[in-house]
Design a protein around this ligand. Structure first.
Ligand code: GSH
Length: 309
């Protein structure tokens, strides 16, 4: 069976979400460390333009976005279930909220109260400037709430989590963990790494106890891989995961399309449409270095456009 190759970096919260799933399912995986900012030539060779972190590679199939990666990992290793029926469809709603609303106040706030300085300790002023410019370009057009805004937004949302856990349940939706837990945990993981957030977190003891349970999943068994090796894996793979373009979803099989995120980091990826469902959009593209690859995106949160000739 092909290796699970996760392209990620240590400080990335969305990578942490996926690493927790690797841990929950005791998976062995290969870890390719990607750059934290552009340029990312080896990333773009595989994805065709998608620059966000993380993405998962299995042979010549590339899966973008943690929401899709988690579904792929659950298909690959069904036990223990990441989407247990007992957790109800609310688990998807909570994942979606945690990946957007919770993430977008927790991460900037941790940076604003000293997390950035800590993370970048020892980096040159040029690096800091380049990083700030990179993130500004990634999130162009988004509002930039200040620390008082983010602190208020975070307190409200941590209070929601605290009251969800008020009956003593170990996980957000009951006795067993689900996708909602790992999605919410990535923001708490990031907040805990900013020492000045400790007082805030101390106000939510049930969240702290819940996080201890989730963090105990660990990360599975990663072994490093170079990006050159990952490109070689893609180039030498000939088989792809089976996909099809379902009818009546607005796009034709084989059509030349672009796929791009609708929220931020919206660099378009162009190729021939080979897969489409309510869950996934898949394009096939040829790359000089990666060979023929198929790039998969979740349908939710991504925009498909026909390319006009
Ligand atoms: N919806 C995406 C969001 C991914 C995301 O925002 N990742 C951050 C890192 S945690 C990112 O891409 N930052 C810029 C970069 O790594 O270049 C997902 O679920 O994977």
């Amino acid at each position: 069976m092909d290796d699970l190759i996760l392209h990620q970096y240590e400080a990335s919260p969305f990578s942490e979400k996926v690493r927790l799933v690797m841990g929950m399912k005791s998976l062995a995986w290969r870890a390719v460390t990607v750059p934290m900012m552009m340029p990312k030539p080896d990333v773009v060779a595989l994805t065709g333009g998608y620059r966000r972190t993380p993405f998962l590679q299995i042979g010549a199939d590339v899966f973008c976005d943690s929401a899709l990666i988690c579904r792929v990992l659950d298909r690959h290793a069904p036990a223990p279930a990441l989407y247990p029926a007992a957790a109800s469809p609310l688990q998807h709603v909570i994942e979606s909220w945690a990946d957007s609303s919770l993430f977008w106040c927790a991460i900037p706030l941790a940076m604003q109260v000293g997390g950035l300085a800590q993370r970048m300790a020892g980096e040159s002023p040029e690096f800091m400037k380049a990083f700030a410019a990179d993130r500004a370009a990634l999130t162009v057009g988004r509002a930039r709430p200040g620390p008082a805004d983010n602190a208020a937004h975070l307190a409200t949302q941590l209070r929601w989590l605290e009251s969800l856990l008020a009956d003593g349940r170990p996980f957000l939706l009951g006795p067993v963990p689900c996708i909602a837990d790992v999605a919410a945990a990535q923001s708490v993981w990031h907040l805990r790494r900013a020492p000045l957030m400790a007082d805030t977190l101390a106000q939510f003891p049930r969240v702290a106890a819940w996080y201890t349970h989730v963090n105990a999943f660990g990360q599975g068994r990663p072994t490093p891989m170079s990006s050159a090796e990952a490109l070689e894996v893609a180039r030498s793979s000939t088989a792809f995961a089976s996909v099809r373009v379902e009818p009546d979803l607005g796009f034709e099989e084989g059509a030349r399309v672009t796929v791009a995120a609708t929220d931020y980091g919206s660099d378009p990826c162009e190729g021939a449409l080979v897969g489409l469902s309510l869950d996934e959009a898949v394009i096939e593209r040829e790359d000089e270095r990666a060979g023929r690859v198929r790039v998969h995106f979740p349908r939710l949160g991504y925009q498909i456009k026909n390319v006009k000739h």
